[in-house]
Design a protein around this ligand. Structure first.
Ligand code: CS2
Length: 506
């Protein structure tokens, strides 16, 4: 998920002196869609934490549609936890930015108006808490990436030793973590006798709603049992499945979009035509008419979430690690090699028997559409970007499928190769001997394990499998061990291109 970790900060205005803003909206070329509503009449009903590219290309677009349909009390206040990049770029633009939807057929531009203001939590935590605690805020949505939950991915529990959590327990009114902010604001609501907001996680976590509910309640329990009980009883944490491929915005994107606009947009977002949002219909304090904007409301999102994590995100990560090792810069470039495309399809086929989908779900058609989306030549989605934070992604994307397949008595060699790709990647050296910039909260630990083990499959694989936060008990399963050692040894001897070739789709 694209987030504040973007490596390309918005640079100064490019070409032309005009800047996208409320005052200049009427100068945007006629064929470009713009907010079809009076923004001055919109009031905020949602605070969104983690206002990165993904949110602005996904949920904010849905809200833009709803505002245009008259749901004027559902504007968004965005917040970044640390970086001021988004606020700095959007403030001079009155929150406006361009959504560029790219496919092989060309680019469709649209100016989005649903983000009314942006906070930077680190600069002014009290202001963010005030926005969250304001009774007008009825939904707090989140895209803070997997590591933003300060939990142990393998168990789904709050990581009480996380430095931000330790900080927030000491400084409850000036927190740093997402969970610290949520609990600070919920405590205010409880003290004031107000009803709470709904917490709507939109991150690629397994059971994202239940997981954030557990983490928030565990953290609150460390502050006050009474607060934890109130949260448990009163706050809804619906789970969601979100899907849209949103690569990091580059300087080239900024230049191309500004030129189409005839004025500078310092922080546009680029995405694909496909978008999907499935939400459990449990809201504490009301919700907009999401269905009117194409959102699917369901009573249980679990099957859809598993389908997406185990088909899309799993094959995405597999392509990212193995494609990167083979020297591919983007997913689309990796997909031009038929061996990798076949491997991605095999990852999906192997996950299918672990899914329990509602009747009528066509997994083959879903998988085919994923392969097409990955091949979109107009998206520059870097393998490096997806490879980021693997320690937080592996459990729900790859390991859960492996565990289920082992329970079903099925082989796990396909997924073992993807895990081996991750292992090889986190050593920090690619197949050509070049350094890899491994971006992961556990990067230092993984690197030191790799250094002591050396590039030897039957030493490196068992050593990494012992990282409990990632592998838990499955790391000690002898079947897991032997499959991963074999895959890693194949990767070392054959290289990624040949190793994936050994998987032929039946
Ligand atoms: C990607 C996702 O970066 C990643 O890890 O797999 O962000 C992916 O693009 C989205 O989940 C698609 O909905």
């Amino acid at each position: 998920m694209s987030s504040e970790t973007a490596k390309n900060p918005p640079s100064g205005p490019k070409g032309g002196n005009l800047r996208l803003s409320e005052a200049n909206l009427n100068k945007v070329p006629g064929q470009i869609h713009r907010p079809a509503y009076d923004r001055s009449g919109i009031t905020p009903g949602i605070v969104h934490l983690g206002i990165g590219a993904f949110h602005r290309a996904h949920q904010a677009v849905v809200i833009d549609d709803l505002l245009a349909a008259g749901a004027i009390e559902w504007g968004i206040i965005g917040a970044s936890l640390r970086s001021s990049q988004t606020r700095d770029a959007l403030a001079p633009q009155d929150g406006l930015y361009t959504l560029a939807v790219r496919s092989g057929k060309g680019t469709d531009h649209r100016v989005i108006g649903s983000v009314l203001a942006s906070d930077v939590a680190r600069e002014n935590p009290r202001q963010l808490i005030a926005h969250l605690a304001d009774p007008a805020t009825r939904i707090v949505s989140l895209t803070v990436t997997e590591k933003g939950y300060c939990h142990t991915p393998q168990t789904g529990d709050l990581d009480e030793h996380h430095p931000d959590i330790a900080h927030d327990l000491q400084n409850p009114d000036t927190p740093r973590s997402t969970v610290g902010f949520l609990v600070a604001a919920l405590a205010r609501r409880q003290a004031a006798g107000e009803r709470p907001f709904t917490v709507l996680s939109c991150d690629n976590l397994s059971a994202n709603g239940r997981t954030v509910g557990r983490i928030v309640t565990q953290f609150a329990g460390l502050r006050s049992r009474d607060l934890a009980r109130w949260i448990e009883a009163e706050v809804a944490f619906p789970s969601t499945m979100v899907d849209r491929i949103v690569p990091e915005t580059t300087d080239a994107d900024r230049a191309a979009i500004s030129s189409a606009l005839g004025m500078t947009d310092a922080w546009p977002v680029v995405t694909e035509p496909f978008t999907q949002w499935i939400v459990e219909d449990r809201f504490t304090a009301g919700r907009p008419d999401f269905a009117a904007a194409g959102v699917q409301l369901v009573s249980d999102v679990t099957p859809f979430e598993h389908m997406k994590l185990r088909l899309l995100n799993a094959s995405h990560s597999a392509l990212a690690y193995l494609g990167y090792l083979a020297g591919f810069e983007t997913i689309a470039a990796t997909m031009t090699d038929a061996r990798f495309a076949a491997f991605a399809r095999q990852v999906m086929q192997d996950a299918a028997p672990t899914l329990a989908m509602p009747e009528g779900t066509d997994l083959a058609a879903y998988s085919a559409s994923l392969l097409q989306r990955f091949s979109n030549p107009a998206l520059h989605h870097r393998t490096w970007q997806i490879a980021m934070d693997g320690s937080q992604k592996l459990p729900q994307r790859l390991l859960a499928t492996m565990q289920d397949r082992l329970r079903l008595g099925l082989p796990i060699d396909t997924h073992a190769l993807a895990v081996a790709g991750w292992m090889r990647y986190v050593t920090g050296t690619d197949e050509q001997g070049r350094a890899i910039d491994v971006c992961d909260p556990l990067a230092a630990k993984l690197k030191s394990i790799a250094e002591s083990a050396g590039p030897v499959a039957d030493r490196l694989a068992p050593a990494l499998l012992q990282v409990d936060q990632i592998f838990g008990a499955s790391g000690t399963d002898p079947r897991m061990r032997s499959a991963v050692i074999e895959a890693l040894s194949k990767l070392y001897t054959l290289g990624a291109r040949q190793a994936v070739q050994t998987f032929q789709v039946g």
